[in-house]
Design a protein around this ligand. Structure first.
Ligand code: MN
Length: 222
C-alpha cells in the first residue's frame, strides 16, 4: 500500500512569524513529499511493500540505506510537524516536573537542547527521548537517524537540516532554534510519554514479530 503525505495539523502560514509559509511550502510541500514519493517508488515489488513505516525502518536499517533514509525522513518529518503548533499552551506541570527532575530546570533543559542542536555538524535532528534505561536524554542524531532504532522513545524533535530554516534564517541556526521554543507543542510531548509501550521495537518483520516490547522502566508523569 502506498504511503501518503500526512496532512499538516495547521495552516501553512500558521507558524508565522517563526516559520514562514514559504519555508513550509518547500519543507513540507517539496522535501517531505519527495521522501514519500521516493519510498513508494523504492518499495514497489520488495518485501517492504506490505510493511508499516516503522517495520520498513527496522528491516532496512544498515541494510538498504536508500529505503531506510527516505522512510525515516517520512517518520521524522511527521513527528516534527506534530511537535509544532501555532496554539501552544504553556508546558503542563507534569511535564515540567519530569524535565526539572532530569535537567534541574526548564531553562537549563532548553539551553542544553539548543546547544546540542547547534553543535550537530551538518544535517540531522535533535531529540528528547526516553532511553532504554528509562532515563530522559537529549540526543543529536545525524542525517536520517531516528531514536526508535536505538529502542528509545522520542518525545520531541527539532529538524536542524538547513532546509528547515535557511529560507527564514539563512545561516542563523541559533535564531531558528530560539524561535522553535515559541511554537513547541507541549501537549504532543506529553502524549508521547504514554507511547513507551506502543512501539513494536522489532528489527525484522519475521524475527520477534508478535512478541511484547522489552520491559522498560516506566517514566511517570505524576
Ligand atoms: Mn526537514
Amino acid at each position: 500500500m502506498a504511503f501518503e503525505l500526512m496532512e499538516l495539523p495547521y495552516a501553512k502560514n500558521a507558524l508565522e512569524p517563526y516559520i514562514s509559509k514559504r519555508t513550509i511550502d518547500f519543507h513540507y510541500g517539496k522535501h517531505h513529499k519527495k521522501y514519500v514519493d521516493r519510498v513508494n517508488k523504492l518499495i514497489k515489488g520488495t518485501p517492504q511493500e506490505s510493511q508499516s513505516l516503522e517495520e520498513i525502518m527496522y528491516s532496512t536499517y544498515k541494510k538498504n540505506d536508500k529505503i531506510y533514509n527516505n522512510a525515516a525522513q517520512i517518520w521524522n518529518h511527521t513527528f516534527y510537524w506534530n511537535c509544532l503548533t501555532p496554539n501552544g499552551r504553556a508546558i503542563s506541570n507534569s511535564v515540567k516536573n519530569v524535565i526539572e527532575k532530569h535537567f534541574m530546570s526548564l531553562q537549563k533543559f532548553m539551553a542544553l537542547f539548543t546547544e546540542q542542536a547547534l553543535e550537530l555538524f551538518g544535517t540531522g535532528w535533535t531529540w528528547l527521548v526516553i532511553d532504554k534505561k528509562g532515563e530522559i536524554k537529549i540526543r543529536a542524531i545525524e542525517d536520517a537517524g531516528n531514536p526508535l532504532l536505538e529502542r528509545e522513545v522520542p518525545l520531541l524533535t527539532c529538524d536542524v537540516w538547513e532546509h528547515a530554516y535557511y529560507l527564514d534564517y539563512q545561516n542563523d541556526r541559533e535564531r531558528y532554534i530560539e524561535n522553535f521554543w515559541q511554537i513547541v507543542n507541549w501537549e504532543f510531548v506529553e502524549e508521547n510519554f504514554g507511547k513507551t509501550m506502543e512501539y513494536p521495537f522489532r528489527r525484522t518483520q519475521s524475527h520477534e514479530q508478535g512478541r511484547p516490547s522489552p520491559k522498560r522502566k516506566e517514566v511517570r508523569l505524576f
